[in-house]
Design a protein around this ligand. Sequence first.
Ligand SMILES: Nc1ncnc2c1ncn2[C@@H]1O[C@H](COP(=O)(O)OP(=O)(O)OP(=O)(O)O)[C@@H](O)[C@H]1O
Ligand code: SF4
Ligand SMILES: [Mg+2]
Length: 363
Amino acid sequence: MTVRRPSGGAARGTIMSLLEVTDLQVRFPTSDGLVQAVRGLSFTVERGRTLAIVGESGSGKTVSTQAVLGLSPGADISGTALFEGVDLLKLDHEQLRRIRGAQISVIFQDPLTSLHPLYKVGWQIEELIRVHRPDTSRAEARRRAVELLGLVGIPRPDRRVDDYPHQFSGGMRQRAMIAMSLALNPKLIVADEPTTALDATVQAQILELIGRVQAEFDIALILITHDLGVVAGIADEVLVMYAGLVVERAGRRTLYYRPHHPYTKGLLESIPGSSGARNGRLRPISGSPPSLIAIPPGCAFHPRCPYAMPVCAAERPPLSRVTGTASGGTAGDGDHASACWLPHEAVGLGPDAEALRLRAKEA
Ligand SMILES: Nc1ncnc2c1ncn2[C@@H]1O[C@H](COP(=O)(O)OP(=O)(O)OP(=O)(O)O)[C@@H](O)[C@H]1O
Ligand code: SF4
Ligand SMILES: [Mg+2]
C-alpha cells in the first residue's frame, strides 16, 4: 500500500494551512423561522495536526463541517473554505464528491451511516478504492482492503474482509470505518463523534487508534465531540462552540490549565471523571442552549452565565486574544482567544480541573 510518510515539522507554518475557513455562516430556512446554525465561524487546520471542535448538542459542530464538505442540502451558506487554496464552497457537486473520500474523509458516530448493511465490509472498501481510482484492479483493491483492516486492528483480516457489517462488533465497525477513511490516503479526516456510541474501554481504544493512524500517516484531523474529556489526550488545538460561534480557541494545554470563557469553564467542570465529579460535585451548566431561531442578543451565553454583566446582553463580545496565558507553562501552545467581556487575562479553574490537567499533561 502506498502511504504518505510524515513530512516533518519543518514545513509547518511556512506554507498555507491545509484548510482555512473564514466567516462561515450557515442558515436553514424552516417553517418556524430562520435557523442560524453557524454565525461567522473562522478556523484553520494545519497539515498533520488535530483540531477538536467541542460544544453542547446543537452548537453547530456537525453543520459547520458538513457545510464545508457539501453535505448540508437546503442550507444557505456563505464564507470561504480554502482547502489547499481551493474554495470548497465554490465547487460543484461532482468536484466536491471527488475531494470527499479521496482527500478528505469523514468518520461518523454511527458506522452504519457509511457501511451498507447488505454488502461485505471488504467489498465496500474495495469499491471505494475502485470508484476513486478506476485503474486499480479488483485483486489489488482487495489486497489493500485486507491490509487496511489489519492496520486498524481487525484480527484475521484475510477472513474478516468477507464479513457483513452486522458480523462486526460496534468497535470493529468503527475500526472498519477508520480503515475505509484511510483507503485513499486522505490529507484530512473529519471524525464526528466517532466514539460516542461505544462503551468507555472501546472508546479509549478507538481514540488511541485514530491518534496513531493520524500521526503515522501525517493526516490532519478535525475531531468533533461534545465531551471535552475526549480531546484531552488527542487535540493540538481546541475550538469551543456555542450557538453557532467560536467562544474560545486555545491549544489543548492552555484550554485545560487556563480556560478563559465561562462556558468552557462550565464544560470542564461538568465532565464525568473530573475530580469534582468523583467528589460528588459534578456541576452541569445550568439552563439549556438557546433556540437558533431566537438567539439571545449580545453574548448568546448570557442567560446561563454566572458572570453576566449588563454589557453582555447588549453587545456581542468579539473573539479576541487572551493575554498572560504563556506564563502559565503553556508557551508555544498556540493562540488563545475568547469571546467574552470579562478581562482578558487567563483565569485558572482550581483543583476541580486536576484530573484533566494530568490527562493533558500525560498526552
Ligand atoms: N437541515 C436542517 N434544517 C434545520 N435545522 C438544522 C438542519 N440541520 C441542522 N439544523 C440545526 O442546526 C443546529 C446545529 O446542528 P448541529 O447538528 O451542527 O449540532 P451539533 O453541535 O453537531 O450537535 P450534536 O452534538 O447534537 O451532534 C441545530 O439547532 C440543528 O437543529
Ligand atoms: S460575555 Fe458576559 S455573559 Fe458572555 S460569557 Fe462573558 S461574562 Fe458571561
Ligand atoms: Mg453533531
